[in-house]
Design a protein around this ligand. Structure first.
Ligand code: ZN
Length: 247
């Protein structure tokens, strides 16, 4: 059995809901006056959304072949709950799963989904993109992005997308922890570049790792997502400016 907790009262700033905070410094969304074009002026702390020069997502169409730091994924089954934060479906992860980039170690904190994809590859937008959000001991972010194209989903995505998804500000615990390995494609060859969080406050110096090989999703999964989160929930692509994308 999954447990569900209604956290509607926690929408207002800084209230805790059974240990999980839905605190928001300002309302933002994906359309109209709260949409991406206005994020930078909704709140002082969101200024980077408008002023930043290293913003994400981007279109990946000019990758340069170069030597990259090797990636070492050491994921254990640790996805213990799915929350609907009003912007995305997010699976929170227990401590102990790491990604090492070269000799720099990050811990997997959570993963979440955008539909359609935020990053695009040679102009192609995918129906679904997962972001695996990692942080190092100093709070620096590394985000691994996995694209999902239309096709036959593997078992991993189906186990995350259980029959009843949490509604806005609700969460559900998993009986058996989700193994993030099951959501990765077979090949871990990647594009790498510097970017930002794709949601306010759009903080920069995020290490982005977009895996080249896509996994698969289908209409049923996207439809179920759209039933509980207002879609689309993608920020449009941002200027690359002076950045280099490595491959
Ligand atoms: Zn994201």
């Amino acid at each position: 059995m999954k447990t569900k907790t209604l956290c509607a009262a926690a929408v207002t700033a800084s209230l805790l809901c059974t240990g999980y905070s839905f605190a928001q410094s300002a309302h933002w969304g994906y359309e109209g006056e709260e949409g991406p074009a206005h994020w930078g002026s909704l709140n002082e702390s969101f200024a980077m959304c408008a002023m930043g020069k290293l913003q994400s997502p981007v279109d990946i169409s000019s990758a340069v072949s170069t030597t990259q730091s090797p990636l070492t994924f050491d994921y254990k089954a640790g996805g213990y709950e799915m929350i609907n934060n009003g912007h995305a479906l997010q699976v929170n992860y227990a401590p102990g799963s790491t990604l090492t980039v070269g000799d720099h170690q990050y811990e997997l904190k959570q993963f979440h989904f955008h539909s359609p994809s935020e990053n695009t590859i040679n102009g192609k937008q995918f129906p679904l993109e997962a972001h695996f959000v990692h942080q190092d001991a100093d709070g620096n972010y590394a985000v691994v992005a996995v694209m999902y194209d239309n096709g036959e989903p593997r078992e991993g995505l189906a186990s995350v997308w259980q029959t009843q998804l949490p509604k806005t500000y609700e969460k559900q615990s998993y009986e058996n922890p989700i193994d993030a390995n099951s959501l990765l494609p077979e090949s871990l060859v990647s594009y790498q570049f510097t970017g930002s969080l794709t949601t306010p406050p759009c903080s920069e110096n995020v290490q982005w790792i977009v895996l080249k090989e896509a996994n698969y999703t289908n209409d049923e999964i996207i439809h179920a997502f759209g039933e509980v989160v207002h879609l689309p929930n993608n920020r449009p692509v941002q200027p690359l400016n002076n950045r280099t994308i490595s491959q």
